[in-house]
Design a protein around this ligand. Sequence first.
Ligand SMILES: [Zn+2]
Length: 687
Amino acid sequence: MQVNDTMEPGLANTDKIRLNRREFLKRSAVTAATVGTGFGIKRVYALKGKSSVAEKKVIVIGIDGMDPRLSQEMMNEGKLPNFDKLRKSGGFSILGTSIPPQSPVAWANFINGAGPGSHGIFDFIHRHPEEQCVPFFSVTETVAGKGYWEIGDHKLQLDFWPFNHKPPATLLRRQGIPFWDYLDEAGIYSTFYDLPSNYPPSPSKYGRHRCLAGMGTPDMLGTYGTYQHFSEDGPLVTKDEGGGKRSMLFFENETARAKLIGPRNDFLKNPEPVTIEFVVYRDIKAKAAVIEIQKHRIPLKEGQWSHWVKLDFEMSKPGFNRHINGICRFYLPEVSPNFRLYVSPINADPSNPAIKLTEPPAFVKEISNRLGLFYTTGFQEDHKALSNKVFTDEEYRIQADYVLQERLNLLDYALENYDDGLLFFYFSSTDLQAHMFWWDTDEKHPTRSAEDAVKYFNHLKGIYGRMDSVVGDIMKRYGDKATIIVMSDHGFANFKRQFSLNSWLRENGYLYPPDSTSILRDVDWSKTRAYGLGMNGLYLNLKGRERDGIVEAGGEREELVEELINKLEAVRDVNGRNVIHKAHRTDKTYTGPATRLAPDIVVGYSRGYRASWATCLGDMTKEVLLDNDSAWSADHCADASEVPGVIFSNKPIGADAPSLVDVAPSILTEFGLNIPHSIEGKNIFTT
Ligand SMILES: [Zn+2]
């Protein structure tokens, strides 16, 4: 993410949109009255925005990672009575997920009603073939600007000059047509809250689609969430630890000064982050501290969280300086003997966002007017703080609960502001708490005692229970007025063992030299035929595609793909277990125009296994198979058939084996629209 003058200013056009909507409703009422009872639903589509299907309501609740095994077990035990009611009336099925079953891929399948060949998202991480596998995040790309005028230490974007300039921009890389575009065109309103794989949110052509972006939205540092941790035993020079920064606090007379790191100032020739100084006053006896930052004075007792705090980052710039808002929360885990202070990732301020959080841009301000400040980053549960041992299990549970509470407030807002059309609402708790708290075996947990493993898995079951109450409430309010769909993008499995794909390729002679440690550092590309990157991707070093490619297209490629698939599917762990359930060749799996960046093979792991932490960014470990030692102890980046999701509805589901791509066409059909050609899926409500 880059923050600069060209970013969305959060235009205050809410009133206009409201007015349009009121006018629109009035007009459609007249149209409906004129046409009379012969007003056919199918004809509405042809009317293209002149009217809406009279007050039809569809509500979709997306529960990320809700798992069919656990759901069925809990329903059988009577612990999910509302879900069970839907199941008993025929509205339940296992839902096929995407290949690979990673959240950004899966939600993009939902959005397009079509697979990765349509939307072009194949993994959390893609690579630039022309730059020999330099990795980047798959959903959003920040492109650098062109054409600057340098003034001293600063640079000024030449946006008034007609040629040879291009402002920097953050782009959504998802391709194809999101299904709400068809609703928008047909005069049907849709509102999405916290939708993944849609940052920056795609524009609405007819102004009937609104969206608050979810997973994929960055924090103000341009990352997916970077906490800051200050402690007396911290490092002298601030240290990055993947998802967080650690710094030292030095107390003199019980007073310490430190700097909070903010967004990067891209107006500088050599961009640097803007910082805000703050002071900590400590009272060891009272087990408390006061933090002074800008105009705020925040008293905190040990173990206490602050409310959201608004920060003002001043970016020096030629002419006048620019001010950018951010929000954060402080948490004080320990006053003495080792004073520790946690600062949440600095989120974009929903009341005055520096980045585009919603479509239309002013929508988020409208929400914030009612709800105040709230998390706006895509990953809100701070799992990195737990993985990096900044949080204990209990601290993570509490922080994740704040997130769920904010979401429940947002759901109240969403339901209060919903008349008709489509309402989509998303919950992350069942995914990001499952990654840390799922453990459905007696075997030893990587970081937890047997007792705690059970305790926190029970806590996760409690979250399923809370989702059941949410569904119960919605059923009570809308059960006889709306089509209600509750769905997940994939299920869950323990993550006990890691498979180091590049180490395996090296050991089997596909990757050179034998002592290489990373595909980004020391691989000999003139002899390397294949490499792994991301959670499930395996790429051939193909001539004409990769910058230093050596594998010839045609026969050589064909032979190599088949050989790799056979060998991968034959890999066994020390106990004889099958590590890879299925290796998919993507030229047989994906269809559509957006396959340019697809891996050649998607590695589908068996339950219990996943790509090693090292593999994701192209690194190698000594061993091919090793234990997972992280608090991130459950996952779903396995084979699609190992971790399907669920779908529930208050309408019987007729389809035999529904899949994520089938949800969009089912929604369109509910609104009386024909299923467009861009959609691969089928209506789940028919057989
Ligand atoms: Zn997911």
